[in-house]
Design a binder for this molecule. Structure first.
Ligand code: ATP
Ligand code: MG
Length: 176
């Protein structure tokens, strides 16, 4: 049975992505490493891993009917995942609504037989990979508020030079 690697994410609009790319450039002067391409910057809500194509097709069909409550998250800190050698930007406090969106998404996914991870939700935007030190820059970035109203379902495909992302579906905002 063929499988496909999938994740749900918030995807920044172009101005926000461009702004985050300036953070990546600044952080790189401290941590070195490789800057993520601007058009690939995102915040993962749920990493599904390898999913059978049949389930993936069901998710692609169902995602437009998953109503996401619009919200906002303020990115105001840098952090590192030392083992993965990643530098990221994220919120110092996870908004209740974003946490509920994450929890609700995994509950919805359980109906498709996709199981939630054991680890807690650590919302972040990966800015740099292969960093050369284990501490974030001394100064945090000025707070940047990200307003979102949908999530995207992304297929992550291995290719030479890393993974390629392909948006295969998106949710609809819940009307207010
Ligand atoms: P590569 O793994 O090829 O270097 P990548 O990490 O960008 O590339 P994926 O591994 O498909 O691509 O990950 C897609 C997204 O899901 C990324 O934001 C990644 O950080 C996140 N992710 C990957 N694995 C997990 C995991 N086990 N738990 C939570 N998020 C994950
Ligand atoms: Mg990965």
């Amino acid at each position: 049975m063929p499988t496909i690697r999938l994740f749900y994410a918030l995807w920044p609009d172009a101005p926000l992505a461009t702004h985050l790319a300036t953070w990546a450039d600044q952080a790189r002067t401290h941590a070195h490493g490789r800057v993520m391409r601007t058009e690939t910057l995102h915040m993962t809500l749920a990493f599904l891993g390898s999913v059978e194509q049949e389930i993936a097709d069901e998710l692609i069909d169902a995602t437009p009917f998953h109503r996401l409550i619009p919200g906002a998250v303020t990115l105001d800190r840098y952090g590192v995942f030392a083992r993965q050698r990643i530098l990221w930007a994220g919120p110092s406090q996870v908004p209740d609504l974003l946490q509920a969106t994450h929890d609700g998404l995994w509950l919805w996914l359980s109906a498709f037989g996709v199981m939630p991870p054991a680890q807690p939700f650590r919302p972040h935007v990966t800015l740099l990979r292969n960093i050369e030190r284990n501490d974030p820059p001394a100064a945090d970035p000025p707070p940047l508020t990200w307003r979102y109203d949908r999530m995207v379902l992304v297929a992550s495909e291995s290719s030479t030079g890393g993974s390629r992302y392909r948006v295969v579906a998106q949710s609809r905002p819940q009307p207010v």
